[in-house]
Design a binder for this molecule. Structure first.
Ligand SMILES: Cc1ncc(COP(=O)(O)O)c(C=O)c1O
Length: 389
């Protein structure tokens, strides 16, 4: 490895941010969280009952400009419920990016569905729309309105798209494609709170969108998630499913179906209400961090900085570079060197088709994601890079 480049890059990063240790992520609290927590504790509204979670949902609905928001205890449970509410049946196939976090593939498997991995494009971590279109045109047939995989004879139920690192690419084109092939569209906007495409919020294009409030996200509730949708019918279904399908208007403990204890507790929502107040500050700071990396990048030719796609106003949740050189060994050496020097970087996720329990699922050409996996490095992106805690 050419030590010169990475030595110089680390030096420039440290000089720009004036820090010895640069964290990849870290939650940032402005202390208004404590007031909200005190309020929740003093009123004893800490569990799933009471109006704090509803208040958080209302605020999220206003921010994302989606009609209905249902808060959950994680982003993963939100994806699980999204698939149930949209009617995923055992043995249905779901299209899902090969370069992705594990939550979507797991949620598909919880329901006996079959993940069908799709490739990214060559230049960015987003999916390759042309390749997907070509795949669907050549391999599917419409039977009674359903999109059927000719080879497996199974129904392709939906696609889950992920707005990786907060970036949204060509979501309008994807929406048209899903309409043409009669597929449900779930947007995994777990990383994209505060990202917009043509002024519409991430997650508001599909049938349903998912947001995560895990500790590493742009705002956190400790753990938590949300489903956002403009469909009243779907929202009612989701609310019922996430509250164990308990029948209302009866003193009896009775249930309309198999439900899940997935509702976000008030204690988490209380933190969320305070964090939402700080969101615009976080968004500005993330952009500021990106701009600093952009300035540094001008001095280097060994990589490209990942930037927001056309028509997207990204939340720049997680910064990243794409190395020009295509070598896993080289990537790992760089990450090791950076971490040793206090610059907390990481590789992108291991590809889905290489995960042990997912290897058995058939897939088409995944060459772009195979190449990208070896080239992406995520860089320190915590708010603490600029502001002290
Ligand atoms: C893209 C993506 N999807 C889903 C999730 C799952 O969210 P959670 O950790 O809240 O279950 C995460 C983050 O953790 C994520 O980054």
């Amino acid at each position: 490895m050419k030590k010169n480049f990475i030595n110089k890059y680390c030096f420039e990063i440290k000089k720009k941010f004036k820090k010895n240790i640069l964290e990849l992520h870290e939650p940032f609290f402005k202390k208004n969280e404590i007031d909200q927590l005190k309020k929740a504790i003093s009123t004893k509204i800490v569990s799933t009952h009471g109006n704090i979670t509803e208040k958080f949902e209302k605020k999220l609905s206003n921010f994302t400009k989606t009609k209905y928001v249902i808060a959950t205890n994680s982003g993963t449970s939100a994806i699980h419920v999204a698939l149930i509410s949209l009617g995923l049946n055992n043995s249905d196939e779901v299209l899902v990016p090969n370069l992705n976090y594990i939550a979507s593939a797991n949620a598909i498997l919880y329901l006996g569905g079959i993940p069908n991995f799709i490739d990214t494009n060559e230049r960015s971590p987003s999916i390759d729309l042309e390749k997907l279109k070509d795949y669907l045109s050549k391999n599917t047939k419409k039977i009674n309105g359903d999109c059927i995989n000719i080879r497996t004879k199974r129904k392709i139920h939906s696609i889950i798209i992920t707005h990786i690192f907060g970036h949204i690419e060509d979501i309008d084109k994807l929406k048209n494609l899903t309409k043409n092939f009669n597929l449900k569209l779930i947007e995994d906007a777990s990383e994209a709170l505060g990202s917009f495409y043509k002024k519409k919020h991430a997650g508001s294009f599909g049938d349903v969108g998912i947001i995560s409030f895990n500790g590493n996200k742009i705002i956190t509730t400790g753990g938590g998630g949300a489903l956002i949708t403009n469909s009243l019918k779907l929202a009612k279904k989701i609310k019922n499913l996430t509250t164990i399908c308990r029948k209302k208007n009866t003193i009896e403990y009775d249930y309309s179906g198999l439900g899940y204890n997935y509702r976000m507790p008030s204690i988490n929502a209380a933190i969320g209400i305070a964090q939402l107040k700080n969101l615009n500050f976080f968004l500005k700071t993330k952009k500021n961090i990106f701009n600093k990396y952009k300035e540094i990048s001008k001095k280097f030719t060994e990589f490209d900085l990942i930037v927001e796609p056309k028509n997207c106003k990204s939340n720049y949740w997680l910064q990243g570079i794409i190395l020009k050189k295509n070598s896993l060994k080289y990537r790992n050496q760089i990450i090791k060197f950076m971490n040793k020097n206090g610059i907390k970087s990481r590789p992108v996720w291991k590809l889905m088709h290489k995960i042990q329990y997912l290897k058995k699922f058939k897939h088409g050409d995944l060459s772009n994601s195979i190449r990208l996996e070896k080239k992406i490095i995520n860089l320190p992106s915590g708010i603490g890079l600029i502001y002290d805690k």
